[in-house]
Design a protein around this ligand. Structure first.
Ligand code: MG
Length: 385
């Protein structure tokens, strides 16, 4: 029986993690849950899974959550980032699944690693902001960091086919998002509802916008660099609109090993939860003949500059990836609030990359400082537009 603490339980990934836990009650029990502000769903999850500790992001919502739970049931309720860190380091937890969105995932992930927990990582921003720091902590505390991001799960699986020293390249696939075929003029006029309509995956709002700009793939390049200890030049991105080939590893002899499957997040989630075992999830099987054609094409860097900016941040090193990530979070929110147009998202991020100070990526304070500074610069750029 594996005891799970799940951060971000009411989001798209969180709900799928609980679906897997629900399906295999003999394998998994849930000892901790956390959510941002969705009290209704969190309360229902607490009633179903009976964790010993539950965190709500917004401290003002603690009374409301307590009210929703029966007096006979005594879960410890905690709040804020501190509360997330408490759930992440619960003594009873064997594994912490971090499925929160954005930079708020960093401190709880560090807390979990320092408490000796294995990590199931869906929050890619943790590695984008602090990849070196996190991977050093993983080594120091001898925990396992298992990817849940579907591309990284695919790479992780393809890496089982050979030796690390024989890896030539990692090839990340990208669906291309809902705007893959749009003209520059149409992109400039795109509205949030159009960007939120992803063709293959059902995802949260932030990652859906990131998929539309290709920033999601840029963040995944940075994530892959740290997870698999490869150089940026060894990571290639190819657009694959059908989302059937989830990513590939090329070995030095020219062999390319891919992982394929239907686009369902329960597959990478279950693999991280039960590694190295595989669970029968009862999902529909991939029918290759049913897929018809699988297409692959180069990403268009002119229409989707965010991808190249992520490579640039990685090459600049230091705290620039943290600045990129923070500015992107602010710009995506501004787009969702209809304060800026779609193509301004990348422009705001570019401004923040240029106008923020460099810093030491080994220092948590420098990373958090870069995050704060980039948010201010991005907000100024949005106001000035
Ligand atoms: Mg992904």
């Amino acid at each position: 029986m594996k005891a799970l603490a799940l951060l971000g339980s009411t989001g798209s990934i969180g709900k799928n993690v609980l679906a897997v836990a629900r399906q295999f009650p003999d394998r998994f029990r849930v000892v901790g849950l956390s959510a941002g502000s969705n009290v209704e769903l969190l309360a229902a999850q607490v009633m179903e899974f009976k964790p010993e500790c539950v965190a709500i992001g917004n401290p003002d919502l603690v009374p409301l959550l307590a009210e929703r739970l029966p007096s006979s049931y005594r879960a410890r309720i905690v709040a804020g980032v501190e509360g997330n860190c408490q759930v992440a380091s619960l003594p009873a937890a064997d594994m912490v699944i971090t499925a929160v969105v954005g930079s708020v995932g960093l401190l709880p992930a560090l807390a979990a690693i320092r408490a000796g927990k294995d990590i199931g990582l869906a929050n890619k921003e943790t590695l984008v902001m602090a990849g070196r720091l996190i991977m050093e902590a993983v080594r120091e505390h001898q925990v396992r960091l298992l990817p849940i991001d579907s591309e990284h799960s695919a790479i992780f699986q393809a890496l089982e086919a050979g030796r690390r020293e024989d890896v030539a390249r990692i090839i990340l696939t990208a669906s291309g998002g809902p705007f893959r075929t749009w003209t520059p003029e149409a992109l400039a006029a795109a509205v949030p509802d159009e960007a939120l309509a992803h063709p293959n995956w059902t995802m949260g709002r932030k990652i859906s916008i990131d998929s539309a700009t290709l920033m999601n793939k840029g963040l995944e390049v940075i994530e892959a660099r740290w997870l698999f200890d490869v150089s940026p030049e060894q990571i290639e991105v190819v657009v694959h609109p059908q989302s059937i080939v989830h990513s590939l590893v090329e070995y030095r002899d020219g062999s390319v090993v891919a992982q394929l499957g239907i686009p369902d997040m329960r597959i990478p989630i279950a693999y991280a939860l039960s590694y190295p075992q595989r669970l029968d999830l009862g999902l529909s099987r991939l029918s290759l003949a049913g897929c018809g054609e699988l297409a692959f094409e180069q990403p268009d860097h002119d229409r989707f500059p965010a991808l190249g900016m992520a490579y640039a941040a990685l090459n600049m090193g230091g705290v620039k990836p943290a600045a990129l990530n923070a500015a992107n979070e602010v710009a995506v929110q501004a787009f969702l609030d209809r304060r800026i147009g779609f193509t301004r998202i990348a422009a705001v991020v570019a401004t923040a990359m240029r106008e923020t100070a460099q810093g030491n990526e080994r220092e948590l304070e420098a990373i958090l400082g870069a995050d704060r500074e980039a948010r201010l610069v991005a907000e100024q750029a949005i106001r000035a537009a």
